[in-house]
Design a protein around this ligand. Structure first.
Ligand SMILES: Cc1cc2nc3c(=O)[nH]c(=O)nc-3n(C[C@H](O)[C@H](O)[C@H](O)COP(=O)(O)OP(=O)(O)OC[C@H]3O[C@@H](n4cnc5c(N)ncnc54)[C@H](O)[C@@H]3O)c2cc1C
Length: 464
């Protein structure tokens, strides 16, 4: 059976290793960080995330959805916190069917679940503290730096088992050779960088938002309960920026402030305790009393950047392939980055099943099925930032959502709101985006026609 070298045991890496392990492939999975089960927090990314139909479907194929979702918290809709002291919150359900909800899940717990699912297969081996520096595409060989390896630690075993080809110093360089290398190493992928350098004509585009993000905390109430409605995704839309909060199983909320890096009022200009307090009291007055660690969180937590990455092709012959953020990082506003990465794993597995004796064909097929959809998702995610931070506060937006739900109920299977298609179905993203545009056009034409008919009737009545 062929051997795959996987780089990155994040969310998609762990899941893909489990898929490949199930199919009987030999899998060596290398991760630059320490084992998340040893308390290594997955830094630089959100603490919790929303998993929905696509992600859950990918977990179900391995029979691990129930286990992974055991501690997830269903969020049935958006809880809007309008601007202004004393403004009342407004709940807007995600879907006409109350069973359709998104689920807040801890990144660390999910990461551990997928790694453990992979390790159930004896043909999957996982090596932590191995950082890929580059990949030789033609020979499908990854070069990795192994640091932090203390004598007698479990890591010794992994180094011994790997193909150690260099110096016996503390920072060893090893070579991991397989029939194919898969880059599941996230937005700043070393595997993709090697493709950029070694494939002539490799297309690459990265674009950063002017906004960054910072995570803050709403701890549990003294009696251990949630301080806000638990089954909702909370949004404080403030036109050019916003804060959101997702519930955690320990009764806390993780808030994320999405705000401009630069500008008159921005991360750059908000430095002192008074600046931070003043900004939050003005913009999020209902949240401030719930955030006792606000100043420390703001000072100590990093400010992350938000990038969209598009590249092509995602594979090199039958030797190298990219999956998840390594192939298509998107901004987080549709809550779909990880869901899409999980869907990649499912599709790649299907392609390998369809073309078991032609890996290049399987990679090519995977790329052609996924690329168009990843591009569509990238656009949808940016569009949803504007919707969340600006439009969710408006009455027109909420009226449109209600109309969407009315039409969905009245025309089952015919009319599906875009959010529903993206979040609660597995309709390919590009198809969902096209269908939503068509539906919107039909809706506007119908509304204009109805308006004309009503006005003509009124004119007719008045004239009689
Ligand atoms: C603020 C924020 C909120 C988000 N919220 C959501 C959400 O609600 N729902 C959703 O679906 N998505 C969300 N996402 C997107 C989601 O986090 C990503 O799409 C998802 O993590 C992609 O998984 P991945 O495995 O491809 O990459 P990653 O999770 O980034 O994993 C990559 C792994 O590779 C390892 N690695 C990197 N470089 C190397 C190297 N050189 N050698 C070895 N290992 C390496 C890393 O340590 C990491 O473990 C959010 C993202 C952000 C930033």
């Amino acid at each position: 059976m062929a051997k795959f070298v996987l780089i990155g045991s994040g969310l998609a890496g762990g899941l893909l290793a489990a898929y490949l392990g199930r199919r009987g492939y030999e899998v060596d999975l290398y991760e630059r960080r320490a084992d998340p089960r040893e308390g290594n927090i997955v830094g630089g990314r959100s603490i919790n995330l929303a998993i929905s139909t696509r992600g859950i479907h990918a977990l179900e194929q391995l029979g691990m959805a129930d286990e992974a979702l055991r501690h997830a918290i269903p969020m049935r809709g958006r809880m809007i916190h309008p601007a202004g002291a004393g403004a009342r919150t407004i709940f807007s359900p995600y879907d006409v069917d109350p069973k359709n909800c998104i689920n807040s899940i801890g990144r660390g717990a999910l990461n551990t679940a997928v790694i453990e699912a992979a390790q159930r297969y004896p043909n999957v081996r996982v090596y932590f503290n191995h950082k890929c520096t580059d990949v030789d595409l033609d020979s499908a060989t990854a070069h990795l730096e192994t640091s932090f390896v203390a004598a007698g630690s479990p890591q010794d075993e992994s180094v011994r088992m790997a193909d150690v080809s260099a110096a016996n110093s503390e920072n060893q360089i090893i070579s991991a050779h397989g029939d194919a290398v898969i880059g599941v190493d996230g937005a700043f992928s070393a595997v993709r960088q090697s493709m950029q350098m070694q494939i002539s004509g490799f297309e690459y585009d990265e674009s950063y938002l002017a906004h960054g993000y910072k995570e803050l905390t709403i701890p549990p109430a003294p009696d251990g309960s949630w301080r806000m409605e638990k089954n909702a995704l909370h949004i404080w839309p403030r036109k050019s920026f916003m804060m959101i909060a997702l519930p955690n199983p320990d009764s806390s909320f993780t808030c994320t402030l999405f705000w401009e890096f630069e500008g008159q009022r921005s991360f750059a200009t908000t430095k002192t305790d008074d600046d931070v307090r003043g900004f939050f009291e003005e913009e999020f007055p209902d949240a401030v009393p719930l955030m006792p660690t606000l100043l420390d969180d703001f000072k100590n937590n990093p400010t992350g950047s938000l990038v969209t990455i598009r590249c092509a092709p995602w594979f090199y012959r039958d030797k190298v392939c990219l999956v998840g953020d390594a192939a298509h990082a998107v901004v987080p506003f549709y809550g779909q980055g990880m869901n899409a990465a999980f869907e990649d794993c499912f599709v790649l597995d299907e392609c390998l099943k369809e073309f078991p004796d032609n890996r290049e064909r399987a990679f090519a097929e995977y790329f052609s099925r996924r690329k168009i959809n990843a591009d569509a998702l990238a656009d949808l995610a940016i569009g949803n930032f504007i919707e969340m931070r600006d439009k969710t506060a408006s009455k027109t937006f909420r009226a449109k959502k209600k109309l969407d739900h009315l039409l969905e109920a009245a025309l089952p299977g015919i009319y599906l709101p875009l959010y529903t298609m993206v979040t609660f179905t597995r309709i390919p993203y590009a198809q969902a985006a096209r269908r939503a545009k068509r539906q919107d056009r039909m809706l506007y034409v119908t509304m204009i026609a109805a308006g004309i008919i009503i006005v003509s009737l009124l004119v007719h009545l008045i004239a009689r």
